[in-house]
Design a protein around this ligand. Sequence first.
Ligand code: F6P
Length: 319
Amino acid sequence: MKNIAVFTSGGDAPGMNAAVRAVVRKSIFHGLNIYGIKRGFQGLINHEIVPMELGSVADTIHRGGTILLTARSPEFLTAEGQAKAIAFLQDQQIEGLVVIGGDGSFRGARVLHDAGIMTVGVPATIDNDIAFTDHCIGFDTAVNTVTDAINKLRDTATSHERIYVIEVMGRDSGHIALQAGLAGGAESIIVPEAPFDLTEVCNRLQHGVERGKLHSVILVAEGAGSAIHIGDEIKRIMQLDIRVTILGHLQRGGTPTAFDRILASRLAAKGVDMLIEGKSGMMAGYYKGEIKATSFEDIFNNNQEFNWEDYKLASILAI
Ligand code: F6P
């Protein structure tokens, strides 16, 4: 193997730059030529390739976003788009590819693997919804961002003796809501993984009011419903002053935490090792304390486990 390429794809996640940096420097360390593809799968179709050198990734480890840019590519979902991407990689004599992204990106990566291009995945998504990796790059930073937002909203909620409903990202999963809710001491955490009963949420709030709580925070994962709707319902049932905040895309930005940078460095370096060892169609994950390779097939056939212990604990601690 002589020529490999790297790209970032799907929603950006803090720490993607640290992962790109590690792929570039580890590849150069092993004497490989390394190329960056801009805008993910769309960049393959549009022939956006740049040679990467040691200096290309200088001063990037602490930056959010992705220097390679990212995109969601509807064109790559078509047979024609896939053929163009494969032809481009063959034409450029790219023998190995590191795809940094989430589940959708790995599905695209498998298409390339099936076409005979050695392809490995490095998990990066704030949603943390990929099986066989306890952490995806970007999740820790997003949880810290949300926790910081809860702290700030709690200040004003206390001053005004209000209830705040905060909506967080996570697509169909509640991992961000759960971990940030636990860290931020949320009174209720509403996630898609668990059925929720608004009457019970209101009873819990009422109990808090009765024992003199000055404020309450309810965290809603976007996949469980709209915070605006839930806030309106609570207002109707309890006749209390409610404010709703949707944190939105700010959860995807910001400087990555040390944890995410270290994770990105380790997983991306493992991805390069996997290619050198001839592994393809696999993801480099951090699972049960070990950096290990898992096939895309196993990842697609399993869900990231929801942490029910933490869910119960958060509920107990918020009484
Ligand atoms: O997958 C990351 C994520 O931020 C999800 O949490 C969210 O549902 C989605 O992407 C938003 O996507 P877009 O950037 O296209 O609005």
